[in-house]
Design a protein. Structure first.
Length: 210
C-alpha cells in the first residue's frame, strides 16, 4: 500500500482506478503496492473530437465516479496521502479513434486494418490526491508498426477474447501478436495503457502541491 520507490520520500497509498491486467502489472513493476477500484461509467456517451481530449475526459469521469463512492473526509484526515490513479487509452488508425471492439466482426476489421500498417496510441493518466484534492493529468502518445498479420493469428486472438478488453483490440505484448510487431516508437508501457514516466511525474506533482 505504500510507495516503494526511494525517490518518493513521502509515504503514500495508491488506489488504481482500473481493472486492466496490464495496468496492474505496470504499476507493480514500478514498485508500488496498491488497491483496485473500478468506475462504472458509460464511456460511449462521452465524445470528443480530439483523442487527447477524449482520453482525459474519460480519466476524469472515472476519477469522479470512484471518488463519489468514497468517504473523502476520511482521506483528508489521514496522515498519509492516498493517490487515486485513473487512465484511459484509445488507438488511432487512419485518423479514426478505435476503442474496445464491441463484436467479433469489429475486432476482425480493426486487426486486419493494422496488418502491414501502423497505429498511434493515445493514453491519459490522472492522479488525484484524495488528501489535498490536487489533480494532475497528462497524455502520452506512441506508435506501433506492424508486419503483415496472418488471418489465422487474427482469428485465434478473437477466439481467445482478450482483444475485447483493450482499446482497439491492440495487444502488443501478446505472444500471438509480438512476432508481427515491426517497431514501437515511444514507450511500450504507454502502448499497454499506463506510461511509467508520465505516471511517476504526475505522482510527484500531486504529492508536491499543497
Amino acid at each position: 500500500m505504500v510507495g516503494g520507490m526511494a525517490r518518493n520520500p513521502l509515504p503514500f497509498k495508491i488506489i488504481l482506478g482500473s481493472s486492466s491486467a496490464a495496468r496492474k502489472d505496470i504499476l507493480a513493476e514500478m514498485g508500488y503496492q496498491f488497491t483496485v477500484m473500478t468506475a462504472d461509467i458509460d464511456e460511449k456517451s462521452m465524445r470528443r473530437e480530439k483523442p487527447e481530449e477524449l482520453v482525459m475526459v474519460l480519466a476524469e469521469a472515472k476519477a469522479n465516479a470512484i471518488t463519489s463512492k468514497l468517504d473523502t473526509t476520511t482521506y483528508k484526515e489521514e496522515a498519509e496521502p492516498t493517490l487515486l490513479i485513473t487512465s484511459d487509452a484509445v488507438v488511432v488508425h487512419e485518423g479514426e479513434v478505435k476503442e474496445k471492439p464491441s463484436s467479433k466482426e469489429e475486432a476482425r476489421q480493426y486487426l486486419k486494418g493494422y496488418s502491414g500498417g501502423h497505429v498511434s496510441t493515445v493514453g491519459s493518466v490522472l492522479v488525484t490526491n484524495l488528501k489535498t484534492g490536487v489533480r494532475r493529468g497528462g497524455c502520452d502518445i506512441a506508435e506501433v508498426y506492424f508486419h503483415d498479420i496472418p488471418d489465422e493469428v487474427i482469428e485465434n486472438l478473437i477466439e481467445e477474447g482478450v482483444v475485447f478488453k483493450v482499446a482497439g483490440g491492440l495487444l502488443v505484448e501478446h505472444p500471438l501478436t509480438l512476432p508481427f510487431i515491426e517497431a514501437v516508437v515511444g514507450a511500450i508501457d504507454s502502448v499497454m495503457g499506463l506510461p511509467k514516466a508520465l505516471t511517476e511525474k504526475l505522482i510527484h506533482e500531486a504529492l508536491s502541491e499543497p
